[in-house]
Design a protein around this ligand. Structure first.
Ligand code: CMP
Length: 139
């Protein structure tokens, strides 16, 4: 059975532009409940560790630089089948390909500066939740 939690991040582009409130309201209106939230400015080491799975890919350095360029807002969100539901709510990685009404269509600038992150599996949701919130993400 699919899990009911996922890890979201409102990325530095959206957080810095004052879009966090609108994005959270959008997600709450779709039934996501906030379980954990914090604001932090990641170091390059922290951003590199979070995205370690992408190390070696052509966009990795740019991704790490961007994610450590300013404050971001990680959230643990709860909803039935959370990973799939949240990925549907945020839309495709590239906002140019995201469906109408999705968070990325509404608030993202580009594939790199794409407003939000979302876990891509239940295992990664647990791992990513632990990264930012420790066991609180699981309680
Ligand atoms: P995110 O969901 O945070 O997971 C990895 C991120 O890498 C992705 O969103 C994009 O912002 C970023 N990225 C930049 N370029 C690419 C690319 N060519 N393919 C996939 N992801 C990319």
């Amino acid at each position: 059975m699919a899990g009911n939690r996922t890890l979201a991040i409102i990325k530095p582009d959206a957080f810095g532009a004052g879009k966090a409130g609108k994005i959270i309201a959008h997600l709450e209106a779709q039934g996501f409940k906030i379980i954990c939230a914090r604001v932090l400015h990641m170091t390059t080491a922290e951003a590199g560790a979070f995205y370690a799975v992408h190390k070696g890919r052509p966009f990795y350095d740019e991704l790490v630089t961007f994610m450590s360029s300013g404050p971001c807002m990680p959230l643990v969100l709860e909803k039935a089948d959370a990973v799939a539901a949240y990925r549907a709510a945020i839309g495709a990685t590239d906002p140019a390909e995201a469906a109408e009404g999705t968070v990325r269509k509404l608030y993202a600038e580009s594939k790199g500066r794409n407003a939000v992150h979302g876990s891509d599996s239940d295992d990664n949701a647990r791992h990513e939740g632990m990264f930012f919130f420790g066991a609180a993400a699981l309680i």
